[in-house]
Design a protein around this ligand. Structure first.
Ligand SMILES: NC(=O)c1ccc[n+]([C@@H]2O[C@H](COP(=O)([O-])OP(=O)(O)OC[C@H]3O[C@@H](n4cnc5c(N)ncnc54)[C@H](O)[C@@H]3O)[C@@H](O)[C@H]2O)c1
Length: 257
């Protein structure tokens, strides 16, 4: 029996094998979850299909661009038609204009600011709302992915740092709102991992090197490290935890000077 046997977990945010969401999907599959994987567009759908080729239990794949409310509604209608309910929802989604992940923060455009907020922070609210009728009364768990740049200035992270601050606040407000419905909501603040999104942040290589040199554990983290913490939060082991941001960062966030 795995820790997620008999649970249905919906995961958004797999683009390729480097995605953090893929690390979570592999751990959830290992622990017996029935998986639903949401992908952004047709191209990513093909990539996800290939990744899960060897899974013994075929995941349900659903297309969902989170900027489109109709697609979100369609996506949960499809999930409702195929599954009894939803026990876990993983939000591992972010985007920003590449040119705004570097340079002066003061040059952030309204369009770029709004895009980062809509995709990286607001969508936690819209996806949770879409999933709620399927999660009610099931001890369900919602998790999202944040980063240290939400609370401290990380050179180059800019508009995404502000979006992550909103995401962490959304986590607390949603936890309070959804708690009485039997749904807990938590964020994982992950250390840097080399993914397509992360490589868009200027100076990302220096961020990786700094963690390896200075973090208490003197190493960078892996997708599996995040997957294992996600597993704990998705499983019944995390039943009494909600509204929290949990750090999976080799301890980097405790450092002062
Ligand atoms: N890689 C890191 O260093 C790091 C550290 C901390 C937190 N995070 C966070 O982890 C999450 C996953 O990022 P990742 O590093 O795995 O990168 P990634 O590029 O593999 O994943 C980002 C995902 O966001 C999805 N996405 C973007 N716009 C979308 C839209 N409109 N609709 C639906 N999906 C959309 C993409 O399709 C992609 O699957 C993000 O929230 C990211 O900010 C990453």
């Amino acid at each position: 029996m795995g820790l997620l046997s008999d649970k249905t977990v919906v995961i958004f945010g797999i683009a390729n094998k480097r995605s953090i969401a893929w690390g979570i999907a592999q751990v959830a599959a290992r622990e017996g979850a029935r998986l639903v994987l949401g992908y952004q567009n047709e191209r990513m759908g093909k990539a996800v299909e290939k990744l899960v080729e060897d899974f013994p239990q075929k995941p349900l794949l659903v297309e969902c661009d989170v900027t489109n409310d109709e697609l979100i509604a369609e996506c949960f209608a499809k999930i409702k038609a195929e599954c009894d309910g939803v026990d876990g929802l993983v939000h591992s989604i972010a985007t920003a204009k590449r040119e705004e992940l570097g340079g002066h923060f003061r040059d952030t455009s309204w369009e770029g600011y709004a895009l980062a907020q809509q995709v990286s922070a607001y969508s936690l609210i819209s996806l949770s709302r879409g999933a709620l009728p399927l999660m009610q009364g099931r001890d369900a768990s919602v998790i999202c992915m944040s980063y240290y740049g939400a609370e401290r200035v990380v050179e180059g992270y800019n508009v995404m740092g502000v979006a992550k601050a909103a995401l962490e606040a959304n986590t607390r407000y949603l936890a309070n709102d959804l708690g009485p419905e039997g749904v807990r909501v938590n964020a994982i603040s992950a250390g840097p991992i080399k993914t397509v999104s992360a490589m868009g942040v200027s100076g990302f290589k220096d961020i990786l090197d700094t963690v390896a040199e200075r973090a208490p554990l003197r190493r960078n983290i892996s997708q599996e490290d995040v997957g294992n913490t996600a597993l704990f939060l998705l499983s019944d082991l995390g039943r009494a935890i909600t509204g929290q941001t949990i750090y999976v960062d080799s301890g980097y966030s405790i450092l002062g000077t």
